[in-house]
Ligand binder design. Sequence first.
Ligand code: OFO
Length: 170
Amino acid sequence: MLKDSLLKALSHQVNQEYYSAYLYLAMSSYAEGMGFKGIANWFFVQAQEEMAHGIHMYQYILERGSAPVFADIEAPPSSFESIQDAFEKVLDHEQHVTESINAIATLALQEHDHAGYTFIMWYVKEQVEEEASAGDILAKFTNFGGDPALLFTLNTEMAARVFVNPFPAA
Ligand code: OFO
């Protein structure tokens, strides 16, 4: 069974993963409304990944013989200033998630829960990719933001993204 402190932290993280999914759905809906279906697709796939993370953590809590503690999921912002603003918020959000995941890893070590530590390390690595991906997209806005073709290029590139369940057996 998980110790209470770790159960609380992992349950909170399940909630955060679902909040992340809500946030990306809100961004997807915003991009759709702006007519950028490809960018909307990128956010939609991101939301699907977040839901997969939430389910994966939920199942891990059960596997450890504990019961997840559920809480309200916060509402995401309903609008954004621009597509660039949405991606700036993606990076801010993922940095916040990284801190939260790192805190769980620290807690698992403090509690001598080596299995929990091994579990959460997958997410430590995942967050490096999440931040790098948001950073790469934002760099395009920094370097080519003045070029009106940027959004159309991104829209085409992002239309190709497909959801691949990172935990196919789950
Ligand atoms: Fe779950 O990786 Fe983003 O937040």
